[in-house]
Design a protein around this ligand. Structure first.
Ligand code: PLP
Length: 395
């Protein structure tokens, strides 16, 4: 097994080594990171629901009533009341005929793409789609055509050239996870109609965040009823775990019968389902958290831009600060941590070579003091990076 050590060395030499950091206590706008109190600026817990009292209470009550585990996959004996209830709530929330819950977003994407698409089919996939979509495309054994990020002309070019395929599917993130920009959904829907392709959207970062009522990009763009397959997660803004597909009843029946990552895995445990149900209630009944999230995103984005940092095309609470070189990015990460701000440095292969970045995500539960502290830290980063870069001219 010598290759393991060698590969690890190589990863380290390339400045791409990753390791786990430990958060003590709960997931809030500030956390205890290995003995230090820091501002959390890299969580997908957008609305602060992961540690919201109503979700905690719902989970505790569910454990008391239903226990900790579900015992089996849904089709064997693990299908419990809370799964049915959760799916009913999701379908209601998303205004679709039906919904199906998967154990995670990753499992959902590989299961859906792997079952709907196969040999003889073609998938058109945005180059910045999430890894779970990329893996789902591979799983499916369909032909995959990756189009340049959000480029409708290139997408139409690909669609025009397709001949002899059985099924066609266009798949895109709604909010792109590393850039925080939005897919050009109206244009994609139009092209899908013109070229008779199916459409699938991944609303992982949009569920609870985008649209007047938090129903995602489909609501935001006024496209309800026009996307064939809507995927979203329960693990980000909804503060729990799992993912869903919302769509037509027949689609759901098909997935129950065909999606291997639904069939061959244990059903979500009751407390997780109960927390997700409580989260959907909060998201639909209370717009205050979402409003605060957007105010905070605007405040941070404008603050960063005004000090001359590049936030790319961010339009959402995901705000990347594009730096370029991996090592410089990690230097910035360290400086921010010294200033008590916890962010992530994102490097290849997660993002293209030369576009390494600090990725920040804002939460509704941040107060102005948290965000002001973050901006001060970024001001220090800008200064130190200037010094660092002039001392490392090869960078
Ligand atoms: C996080 C994410 C997923 C995976 O969801 P998990 O529930 O964390 O497995 C899928 N797609 C996108 C776009 C994501 O950001």
């Amino acid at each position: 097994m010598d290759f393991i050590k060698e590969e690890l060395e190589e990863i380290k030499e390339r400045g791409l080594y990753r390791s786990l950091r430990l958060i003590e206590g709960e997931q809030g706008p500030e956390v205890d990171l290995e003995g230090r109190r820091v501002v959390m600026l890299c969580s997908n817990n957008y609305l602060g629901l992961a540690n919201h009292p109503r979700l905690k209470e719902a989970a505790v009550e569910a454990v008391k009533k239903y226990g900790c585990g579900s015992g089996a996959s849904r089709l064997i004996s693990g299908n419990m009341e809370l799964h049915q209830e959760l799916e009913r709530r999701i379908a209601g929330f998303k205004h679709t005929e039906a919904a199906l819950v998967f154990s995670s977003g990753y499992l959902c994407n590989i299961g859906v793409l792997g079952s709907l698409m196969g040999e003889g089919d073609v998938i058109l996939s945005d180059e910045f789609n999430h890894a779970s979509i990329i893996d789902g495309c591979h799983f499916s054994r369909a032909r995959v055509k990756v189009y340049p990020h959000s480029d409708l002309n290139a997408l139409e070019g690909e669609l025009k050239g397709l001949k002899g395929y059985r099924r066609k599917l266009i798949v895109t993130d709604g909010v792109f996870s590393m850039d925080g920009d939005l897919a050009p959904l109206p244009g994609i829907v139009e092209l899908a109609k013109k070229y008779k392709a199916m459409t699938m959207i991944d609303e992982a970062h949009a569920t609870g965040v985008m649209g007047e009522n938090g129903r995602g990009c489909v609501e935001y763009f006024g496209l309800e009823g026009q996307i064939d397959i809507q995927m979203g997660t329960l693990s980000k803004a909804l503060g729990s775990l799992g993912a869903y597909i919302a769509g037509k009843k027949e689609l759901i029946d098909f997935l129950i019968n065909r999606a291997r990552s639904f069939i061959y895995t244990t059903a979500l445990p009751p407390p997780v389902c109960a927390a997700a149900i409580a989260a959907i209630e909060i998201v639909t009944q209370d717009h205050r958290l979402r409003n605060r999230l957007w105010e905070n995103a605007k405040f941070l984005r404008e603050g960063l831009s005004s000090m001359g940092l590049s936030v790319g095309n961010s339009e959402t609470p995901i705000i990347p600060i594009i730096i370029g070189e991996s090592s410089t990015t990690m230097k910035a990460y360290e400086i921010l941590l010294q200033y008590g701000v916890y962010v992530q440095g994102i490097r290849p292969p997660t993002v293209p070579v030369g576009s390494s970045r600090i990725r920040t995500t804002v939460m509704a539960t941040h107060n102005r003091e948290h965000l002001t502290r973050a901006l001060e830290a970024f001001r220090a980063v800008r200064k130190e990076l200037e010094r660092y870069n002039s001392g490392n001219s090869k960078e």
